[in-house]
Design a protein around this ligand. Structure first.
Ligand code: FE2
Length: 222
């Protein structure tokens, strides 16, 4: 008896994300576009717009590389609210597990649920970070809604280290990825409700240097 089903291969299809309130839809969609995703459909609905994004224009007609974005369904919103009330989130009586979870996430953006996209140009990634830093600091709507973190490649490759030392965004970064040959950018936003507390979403953007067979996404190093 076969223990595995024969198959030709899989690709990553889609992820379904949610914003908290109907009015948040356009701003959440704007942020996804600023992060490089391509909006291919916007369906206005009374309970909040439904959006379909894809990772590149090549994916508009495909069934993979898709990010769906819609308003939090009411039962899920009630579940999150009940959970947060039970745990005393944001009160003086907050359950110690909540602060422990937050402390873990403050140390490592990718310690819990997150979603990563691979970027094929370091210059594009640097431009995205500069833009998001500007929006996080100065945009009237996005100010305070975005937190950005970065990991440099673990040092050891002279050419990569020199390139990152000359980078407008990575030069001052002191954190390192779980490996060499690539960099990571993390964008956390409360415009998307996910994670264990239903209060934010962590997006990751990675770049892998060409010609590095062992890199951050091929092997984890501790
Ligand atoms: Fe990750």
């Amino acid at each position: 008896m076969a223990t595995t089903a024969p198959r030709a291969g899989l690709t990553m299809g889609h992820i379904a994300l949610h914003y908290a309130r109907p009015d948040d839809g356009p701003l959440a969609a704007r942020l996804l576009a600023q992060m490089g995703l391509v909006e291919s459909q916007m369906l206005p609905l009374p309970g909040g717009n439904f959006y379909r994004f894809v990772v590149s224009p090549d994916h508009v007609a495909r069934g993979d590389g898709i990010v769906f974005l819609s308003c939090l369904p009411e039962p899920q919103a009630r579940l999150i609210a009940a959970m947060r009330t039970a745990l005393g989130v944001g009160t003086g009586e907050e359950h110690p597990a909540v602060s422990a979870y937050r402390a873990m996430m403050a140390q490592d953006f990718e310690a819990s649920f997150h979603f990563a996209l691979l970027v094929d140009s370091l210059e594009d990634l640097e431009a995205m970070v500069l833009n998001l830093q500007h929006l996080a600091a100065d945009d009237p709507d996005l100010k305070g809604r975005i937190t950005i973190g970065m990991n440099r490649a673990r040092p050891g490759d002279a050419a990569i280290d020199a390139r990152l030392d000359a980078s407008p965004v990575f030069a001052t970064v002191t954190r390192h990825a779980y490996g060499g040959g690539g960099v990571q950018v993390f964008v956390e936003t409360d415009l998307v409700c996910a994670g264990q507390l239903g209060e934010s979403m962590v997006f990751e953007f990675d770049y892998v240097f060409p010609g590095t067979p062992r890199h951050i996404l091929s092997a984890v190093e501790i």
